[in-house]
Design a protein around this ligand. Sequence first.
Ligand code: ZN
Ligand code: ZN
Length: 83
Amino acid sequence: MSTAGLKGINAVGHRGWVTVKCRICATKLDTTLDIVYMCPHCRDKYDAYFCAADARRLHYRCPFCGRRLELITPWIAEKRGTR
Ligand SMILES: [Zn+2]
Ligand SMILES: [Zn+2]
């Protein structure tokens, strides 16, 4: 996987959990820029973060426990009108 084009974006240093990986497609997601869904119950155990496309494919249900996924970034979704 080439990350050459993405390097500049995350060059800020320790951003901790701000950058997460989609559990399904392994896309890097920036919780300050991208719409990110997660399962609060499986987040620690399975890194249960999901991009918007995969969340929709999962019908907003966690594939591990079946509970509803939560939007980490409601303000971004509102801005884009894709809630
Ligand atoms: Zn994904
Ligand atoms: Zn879950």
